[in-house]
Design a protein around this ligand. Sequence first.
Ligand SMILES: N[C@@H](CCC(=O)N[C@@H](CS)C(=O)NCC(=O)O)C(=O)O
Length: 230
Amino acid sequence: MMKLYTAATPNGYKASVALEEMGFDYEVEKIDLTGGIQKQDWFLEINPNGRIPALVHDDFPIFESGAIMLYLARLSGKFYGTDTKSQSRVEQWLMFQMGGIGPMMGQANVFYRYFPEKIQPAIDRYQSEGRRLFGVLERQLSRTEYLAGDYSIADMANWCWVRTHKWSGISIDGLPNLQRWLEAIMTRPAVQKGITVPEDMRARIRDEDEDSARKFAEQARKIVVTGKPA
Ligand SMILES: N[C@@H](CCC(=O)N[C@@H](CS)C(=O)NCC(=O)O)C(=O)O
């Protein structure tokens, strides 16, 4: 039995897209991040970091979205290469997302969206670093169809973040291969399903709906600054 604890965010979608792509049966429990459920003791037993996603397989808990993807890939034998070198290529681009794209876009979101005081040097730093990392993806994707050659968990991980580039205020103009890759992955039925678990992020925050975006930003700011529910 597999149970995914998640919310409508890029890191959450990494897990649900992987589960869908690999065809696993799983239950979902939606975690209300603004209610601070992820900081409760029972949840910290599953994810000591107090964040989503987390997966429990039988009695075995797994935290960190990249580790969840690797666990599922090993279990299914899918989207992870078949030998040490092909697996290393997948891991390199997965780590690139975990150590670069995710943290930089995440901080761009914090300073660009959630802080009304608009600390411009911080916004500039995280947006320009995000754009630089997009350039790294572009260069790789001008040589290969997918990041590690064949479509893999590395594509799923990076895609779940890069597709939200507008929310981070980072342009993908002038990056034709990145745009081609974004569109190609969006056509995959399992991906389309995965990004509706536990709900479609766009249903919660619509760029054109300023009021709900502002309310979400206020709640997110509170949790980012204090670590406590809004
Ligand atoms: N490195 C972690 C990051 C997880 C993470 O930052 N999750 C966010 C949502 S995308 C979260 O749970 N935020 C709520 C909080 O910080 O309390 C992973 O990849 O799983």
